[in-house]
Design a protein around this ligand. Structure first.
Ligand SMILES: C[S@@+](CC[C@H](N)C(=O)[O-])C[C@H]1O[C@@H](n2cnc3c(N)ncnc32)[C@H](O)[C@@H]1O
Length: 461
């Protein structure tokens, strides 16, 4: 199986996955992030889908979609689930948290179906909804398969002055049966910091006189994890608002899966679980409902692993010019994010257009051995009319941004005057490989779909 990155609503895509086919699920659904990213998405019919509208929004509302899902749950689901949700609805009414639980129910059920009997699931949430979600998880996975409530503690971020600082997330760990993978020796951590134990050859003496011999490779971590959130200036930070640290995902994946097994993240975001899976030689399936996330995952993988990256398929995104035109007509921001992914460029901002000086995406590259000197390529994406003025403007933005190369990625083919104007900007010479590259490059969407890439020094130092 090739690794797979799906664009689309995870409920629909999960429906296409086989029963008992996944070894490990990690999910980090959006809720109560206290941010509204103000994105507006339309589906292939041009309608805004509820799932997409809510993708980045903490303001879940009870709407037609919730009502439809509710009726389906009542009519077709196991009585245990129906009774639980009915009791919750009596208490919560048609509130936002109820809408959220109704959205989560069919997804958790599907995740249970696709998990192998030896598989596990890690559900990442926060204290605003964790108590309700645990009831739902108990109902779907059974209380006897509850393994841990992991408390991920961190220090970063703001603090309110009227209560204790809210500095933890909750991660529920359930297995599908009583026979699950737990690779205890791959996640051991040092003993220090656990009460001054001495780990010398003579072992630890307890008050009652018994001697314990510490494991030479360290202890099994507790169910609270002190892992720093990603600091603002860290190299790991992609700019995706809900990005989780790699260290967190690596621990989960190392603990509950083995080499070559399949990890599924149905709410991939910028792909932390996917990068951790790739790094640990697991196979993976990622799903996200925005082209922004899909493009970020794609470029993150390419930049992180370079030529070592295993091949993967992107499914659900346009594959031909017709699909691209249709996407551009539905939503030009989704189109823009998708198009940037074709050439390995990273979207400039995760939100809609800001004061970006006409830059839609970036590619960074090494062109000197001094790692402090990073080359920059700016990308403009156009889904409408283009002309010689477009090239002049791009050339001027490139200069003001001090970028080595400027790319025009255009749906409409360039005129011969545009090609001439671009050629007049000349060539840039890379100090590391000695090659010359056009300073302004024009790539049509059709060419990009057919695999044409940006010409720049691809040197991994
Ligand atoms: C909290 S973020 C995940 C962040 C991720 N753990 C990371 O480290 O980047 C949640 C993601 O779920 C996606 N999403 C929301 N609803 C979805 C749905 N119905 N199907 C697929 N993806 C969805 C959003 O677009 C967002 O990228």
């Amino acid at each position: 199986m090739k690794n797979k990155l799906y664009y689309g609503d995870n409920l629909v895509i999960l429906g296409q996955l086989e029963d008992n086919s996944i070894d490990l699920v990690y999910l980090d659904p959006p809720f109560n992030s206290n941010k509204n990213y103000n994105l507006l998405f339309t589906n292939e019919t041009g309608r805004v889908s509820d799932a997409q509208r809510h993708a980045f929004d903490d303001t879940w509302e009870w709407g037609l979609e919730s009502e439809k899902t509710w009726v389906n749950i009542v009519e077709t689901y196991d009585p245990n689930i129906v009774n639980l949700l009915a009791a919750l609805r009596q208490h919560l009414g048609s509130s936002s948290v109820m809408a959220y639980l109704v959205m989560m129910t069919p997804r958790l059920k599907e995740l249970h179906r696709v998990l192998k009997p030896t598989g596990s699931i890690f559900l990442h949430c926060d204290p605003t909804s964790s108590h309700y979600l645990k009831l739902l998880m108990d109902c779907i996975f059974s209380p006897s398969n509850f393994r841990n409530e992991i408390i991920w503690c961190y220090r970063q971020g703001g603090r309110g002055s009227k209560h204790f600082a809210r500095k933890h997330d909750t991660i529920f760990f359930y297995s599908k049966s009583n026979n699950w993978t737990f690779e205890v020796n791959s996640i051991r951590i040092p003993y220090h910091g656990t009460g001054g134990y001495q780990t010398s050859g003579r072992g630890i003496r307890s008050k009652n006189g018994r001697t314990y011999h510490p494991h030479p490779e360290g202890k099994i971590p507790e169910d609270w994890w002190d892992i720093p959130a990603i600091p603002p200036m860290s190299k790991e930070r992609i700019g995706y608002p809900t990005q989780k640290p790699l260290e967190l995902l690596e621990r989960i994946i190392q603990a509950c899966s083995m080499d070559g097994q399949v990890v599924l993240d149905p709410f991939s975001g910028c792909g932390t679980a996917i990068v951790a899976s790739e790094k640990l030689n697991r196979r993976w399936i990622g799903i996200d409902i925005t082209h922004l996330a899909i493009t970020l995952v794609r470029t993150r993988l390419e930049q992180y692993f370079g030529p070592r990256l295993h091949e993967f398929d992107i499914l659900g995104a346009p594959v031909d010019l017709e699909g691209a035109i249709s996407l551009a007509n539905q939503d030009r921001y989704q189109f823009q994010w998708w198009a940037l992914g074709l050439i390995g460029a990273r979207p400039f901002e995760e939100k809609r257009k800001g004061p970006d000086g006409g830059v839609d995406g970036y590619i960074y590259f090494n062109y000197e051995l001094r790692s402090s000197h990073i080359g920059k390529i700016i990308v403009q994406v156009k889904s409408g009319k283009v002309s010689v003025t477009t090239i002049r403007e791009l050339a001027s933005v490139r200069r003001s941004q001090k970028a080595e190369i400027g790319i025009l990625l255009t749906l409409e083919p360039p005129t011969s005057n545009m090609l001439k104007e671009a050629a007049c900007e000349g060539m840039f010479t890379c100090l590391l490989d000695g090659n010359r590259y056009p300073i302004i490059q024009i790539i049509t969407i059709e060419q990009a779909i057919n695999g044409q890439s940006v010409l720049y020094p691809k040197i991994y130092v």
